[in-house]
Design a protein around this ligand. Sequence first.
Ligand code: FAD
Length: 378
Amino acid sequence: MLTRSIYTEEHHQFRESVQRMYARELQPYVEQWETEGIVSRDFWRACGDNGMLLPDIPEQYGGCGLDFKFNAIILEETALAGTTGPAFGVHNDIVAHYINNYGSEAVKQHWLPRMATGEAIGAICMSEPGTGSDLKNIRTRATPVDGGYVLNGSKTFITNGINADVAVIAARVGDDSGARSISLFVCGCDQPGFTKGRKLDKVGNRSSDTAELFFEDLFIPTENLLGKQGEGFIYMMKELPQERLSIAISCQAAAQHAYDIAVAYVKERQAFGKAVFDFQNTRFVLANIKTQLQVGWQHLDACIQALVNKQLSTDEAAAAKLWHSELRCKVVDDCLQLFGGYGYIEEYEIARLWRDARVMRLYGGTSEIMKDLISRSI
Ligand SMILES: Cc1cc2nc3c(=O)[nH]c(=O)nc-3n(C[C@H](O)[C@H](O)[C@H](O)COP(=O)(O)OP(=O)(O)OC[C@H]3O[C@@H](n4cnc5c(N)ncnc54)[C@H](O)[C@@H]3O)c2cc1C
């Protein structure tokens, strides 16, 4: 692999500590989490103990006060370990950032230190049964009352929905339709009127819990409004590039992992008296993937650096999410083919990687929505 020049010695040391921690606390449990459909809370606690939660949140709120590259290393190492179960992208890169960037002092003091230790797990609640892509048309309503708001509505497809302790919720205030009535709220998931529904039975990414949530006369105090009333959509547009880059990072690393295990397999597997690797087709398929991975890492690093410099635009983040998620799906499919029939058998990791990949073109905005966003910048 070409040298990745964005990372310093401090980043390399952090990566090694994440790898050591994963060997102990993650790898032995991946299959268990897959079966149970959820990552254990003990793992989140262990991540907190090892300084892996809220890397780029200021130390005064319990974070590590580092840069986003540390978040990126966690995402990469998780995917390289063969799982996307622990939804660090949601917890570290999205929920903590909404609270840190737009929360009142009281909300920051309450939730961020708990999120940093793993005592509280975060969820982001935008999508609803009636709308996902068209976020301007959400129906969850926040009615102003004395001292705050009362929320009614429901959300679906919420990552960490079952495990979550704190949720950032998008809701509409007032009767206006469209973006200018959308506000964001922070809410503890144990509040009266906040109900967790069923854990959704997914095609892949099974160790990541995904749930429906229901709000019935859920009271939210004024201090839990994020930023200003009616500006929620603006905040979402500002934060979505980081969410999309997080997905792109996971996708690139997962594609690399699929390639790595495919190379090992074809060098072992024999057919027609030689290793499967020795067929020209196999070598060309792998050469093609290797080339795409090389280009992909360099592109990804340019995007990570741009984000750290606060220069990654909405369309560039959308392009990264589009390209790396499509790459991941193509790579896992090509790699599965090299496994032959075993690629379709659950015992083989490539089968899970293939199932896990598909959602990446859907969540965080579909590939079609990414193209729409990119085209607006042309
Ligand atoms: C496993 C999983 C986890 C998720 N986690 C979260 C989460 O934590 N929080 C959260 O809020 N959401 C989450 N989502 C929801 C996800 O972001 C949405 O599913 C996604 O944005 C698409 O919305 P939708 O499902 O309503 O599809 P729809 O919006 O109904 O889209 C259906 C189809 O129409 C296409 N389409 C829609 N609009 C356009 C357009 N303008 N131009 C062209 N084509 C268009 C779409 O691309 C898609 O192909 C998750 C989803 C899944 C599956």
